[in-house]
Design a protein around this ligand. Structure first.
Ligand SMILES: C[S@@+](CC[C@H](N)C(=O)[O-])C[C@H]1O[C@@H](n2cnc3c(N)ncnc32)[C@H](O)[C@@H]1O
Length: 272
């Protein structure tokens, strides 16, 4: 694991988190936005594409389907995520900013739910623009602000061991730019500052549907788990998981369904 590349409390460095992400989280939460991102980027067959923060590969897979696997490169700082995921495309360990590619190499540069993890998203988007060809396309996704009643139940129970402020500030340490990217204005501002021609911002919603067991497994392999881990011994964590599972079953039954909103912002590199 190369913890030099990424905040050491990033959950994605943990092979168990990466395995759960690949087995459950990616298809339940990230595959639909990935397909939308690739659709809105209108990639041409044979284009060269870079998937920044590729994780276990949902965007790589959608890109490979649109243009052919041999034309796709995925980069992520977590070796665990790269190892756990799909085999589509060439894989590189590294971060944005500081992408290890020359200027103007790719026709398409995508990053799905990644720039929120970066302290300086302006520098990140400018670096994505640097490696993109003139007239090439750059696209990102970011979560919106719809309230999440399921997450709220989990947070209510978590608040019995850590205050909302403590959890909020720990969350912002690992995902520092989520708030800025959650609005259309924030995204417009980001693309403008990188000197990109903005093509569009699409605000979309979809329903996430998981069995209660899978939802709890996903939460147990999430950032929140990483943040709470320090506050529990093994028994405490087992008790916490049981309390959350019971509260969720009482409120939602054995299937967890909720609507999430996200934006797809696409732009083009207009000049050298
Ligand atoms: C929420 S996951 C999204 C993964 C994938 N794009 C998807 O849609 O499933 C965030 C990913 O960003 C990666 N990441 C975090 N900081 C990064 C950085 N500075 N540069 C590139 N990737 C980063 C993490 O390792 C993780 O794989």
């Amino acid at each position: 694991m190369n913890s030099r590349l990424i905040e050491s409390d990033s959950p994605y460095l943990d092979p168990l988190v990466a395995a759960t992400y690949h087995a459950i989280t990616a298809s339940a939460q990230f595959a639909y936005p990935a397909r939308e991102l690739v659709r809105q980027l209108a990639v041409a067959r044979g284009a060269r594409a870079l998937d920044v923060g590729c994780g276990t590969g949902v965007v790589r897979d959608a890109l490979a389907q649109a243009i052919g696997s041999g034309h796709v490169v995925g980069i992520d700082p977590s070796i665990a995520m790269l190892r756990a995921g799909s085999s589509n495309g060439a894989l590189v360990a590294g971060t944005v900013p500081r992408l290890p590619f020359d200027r103007g190499v790719f026709d398409i540069v995508a990053a799905s739910f990644v720039l929120s993890h970066v302290a300086d998203p302006d520098a990140a988007l400018a670096d994505m623009a640097r490696v993109c060809k003139v007239n090439g396309r750059i696209g990102i996704t970011a979560w919106g602000t719809l309230p999440n009643p399921v997450g709220a139940v989990w947070k209510e129970i978590a608040a019995t061991v850590a205050s909302a402020d403590e959890l909020g500030s720990a969350f912002r340490r690992v995902i520092p730019s989520e708030d800025r990217l959650a609005s259309g204005e924030g995204l417009q501002d980001l693309f403008g500052a990188a000197g990109l021609g903005l093509i569009s911002i699409a605000a979309l919603e979809y329903t996430i549907s998981l069995s209660l067991e899978d939802f709890v497994t996903v939460k147990a392999a999430s950032l929140e788990r990483t943040l709470l881990r320090v506050m529990f011994d093994a028994n405490g964590w087992t008790r916490f998981t049981r309390d959350v599972t019971e509260a969720l079953r009482r409120r939602f039954g054995s299937r967890i369904e909720y609507v999430r909103d996200f934006s797809v912002a696409t732009g083009t590199r207009t000049a050298d």
